[in-house]
Write a protein that binds this ligand. Structure first.
Ligand code: SAH
Length: 459
């Protein structure tokens, strides 16, 4: 290790910043965030720095640095572009054994500033010992995206319970096991969901029962249309902590690959005419697994509440008193339209968009035809290919223009996405020729014509 990573308490301490420009302003702001009383010495001082000092018990002196400025300070930052001055400050600090940082001059620093992820009271510091600040920043950005914003709240609430935890579990190992379980379980999930009072109640109950068996719960998670990049952070987190993953046919393999490796996977997929498990059995399965104390991730293609029967599943969970949460996903209409370069609404072509799914009766789709005919409305059909021909005929018969543009997107957002475009009059024929595969989504409306201009996906 080139440096010893420590977290320094500078609350209420006087800290000296030499320089009053942009960098000095940033460094002073960092010290102020940590509660320091900042004193600035500089010939000039930026308005932002001045304002920050005034509101945070800081002070400044306009003039040249003098060694006496180092009296009674905890740390020193030199942020000037005067090299000789920087060297002098460094030398004076060394004599007094004062921690000093000279900006952009690692050789003159007794400490360096790391890149930080601030989820106070939780703070992560990353340093490359000045060798590659960009790499450290990239790593920080990476951490920034994987650490839920609520981690800070989580740490705060844990802090509130430290006393009770010690009292309940005098043994350190037992205490650690308790926190490990709660920080990956219901308590943490409640905090992430912003239900802090419930989280506190849960924790109190858990302490009272001094380490109860983990209660099962169900996460109804939208897995999006296929591209794993379209998952939400919350989806990913729950996928990685679930004991069991119950998924259907529409959940893509790359998405499944991101679930916890050692989870149990149950495929309850529904292909047309091949219902692996009837809906009631799926509902019962979720209840049973949760009652066994399992954390169940019910992964559904797209969004669970859009043609996903998610409502029925949670109804059953609610009736059985099983805790659950619903995580929205990118629905196929959003994913496919974005990846095919077709905006679903557009000021000039469509002021509304309608998501439709239809049942087949005697092989023909049943839809509220007359409601679907609007010149300025985009229709999105969540259906397979069966019945497409008949839908196009019916729409024309009910008054939609035969030259209305139509796009059929197969395997939307996936590497083998295919898009076939045409009009109401000719799309069915084109689709037969293309040999396109399920799942497919159909977009009907003038917006489809914009694809020529806007498509960026190499379909
Ligand atoms: N809950 C899902 C929809 C389930 S209904 C969602 O929000 O997306 C199933 C239909 O969704 C399929 O028949 C198909 O029309 C559409 N669909 C789902 N994923 C798709 C994809 N990747 N590409 C094209 N269509 C898709």
């Amino acid at each position: 290790m080139d440096y010893l990573p420590i977290f320094l308490n500078i609350r209420e301490q006087r800290c000296l910043v030499i320089g009053g420009g942009e960098v000095a302003t940033r460094k002073a702001a960092m010290l102020i965030r940590a509660g320091a009383r900042v004193h600035v010495v500089s010939h000039e001082i930026s308005p932002a720095l001045k304002a920050n000092l005034e509101t945070h018990q800081g002070s400044y002196r306009l003039g040249s640095y003098e060694p006496a400025d180092l009296n009674d300070v905890a740390i020193v930052i030199a942020a000037t572009d005067d090299e000789a001055l920087n060297r002098r400050v460094h030398a004076d600090c060394r004599t007094r054994q004062l921690p000093v940082n000279v900006v952009d001059a690692p050789a003159l620093c007794s400490f360096v500033f790391p890149s930080i992820v601030d989820r106070s009271p939780l703070v992560i510091a990353v340093s490359s010992a000045g060798k590659s600040p960009v790499l450290a920043r990239l790593l920080r950005a990476h951490l920034e995206t994987t650490i839920p914003a609520a981690y800070g709240r989580l740490a705060d609430i844990c802090g509130e319970f430290r006393g009770l935890a010690k009292q309940t579990f005098p043994d350190t190992n037992a205490r650690r096991a308790f926190w490990e379980k709660e920080l990956q379980g219901r308590f943490a999930e409640l905090v992430y969901a912003g239900r802090e009072e419930e989280a506190r109640t849960h924790l109190r109950d858990a302490f009272a029962a001094s380490g109860p068996a983990q209660a099962g719960e169900v996460y109804l998670v939208g897995a999006g249309p296929g591209d794993p990049d379209l998952l939400t952070f919350r989806a990913l987190r729950l996928m990685q902590q679930a004991d069991v993953v119950v998924h259907d046919r529409l959940v893509s393999a790359p998405v499944l690959d991101l679930c916890r490796r050692d989870a149990e996977f149950i495929h309850v997929g529904k292909a047309r005419a091949d219902h692996t498990l009837p809906q009631e059995d799926i509902n019962h399965l979720l209840v049973r697994l949760a009652k066994d104390g399992k954390r169940v991730c019910r992964l559904k293609g797209g969004d669970p509440f859009i043609f996903g029967r998610g409502g029925e599943e949670i109804e059953e969970l609610a009736a059985a008193g099983i805790p659950f949460q619903v995580v929205p996903g990118i629905t196929a209409a959003n994913g496919c339209s974005a990846y095919a370069g077709i905006p679903l609404t557009h000021r000039d072509y469509a002021q509304s968009v309608r998501f439709v799914t239809g049942h087949l009766k005697d092989g023909s789709p049943e839809l509220p035809w007359s409601e679907l005919i609007h010149e300025q409305q985009t229709l999105v059909l969540y259906m397979g290919l069966v019945g497409l021909d008949s839908i196009c005929h019916q729409l024309i018969a009910h008054g939609m223009a035969a030259d209305m543009p139509v796009a059929l997107i197969s395997q939307g957002t996936r590497p083998d996405q295919m898009v076939v475009t045409g009009t109401l009059a000719d799309i069915a024929g084109k689709v037969v020729e293309s040999g396109i595969k399920a799942p497919t989504l159909t977009i009907i409306g003038r917006v489809v014509a914009l694809r020529e201009k806007l498509n960026w996906f190499n379909a």
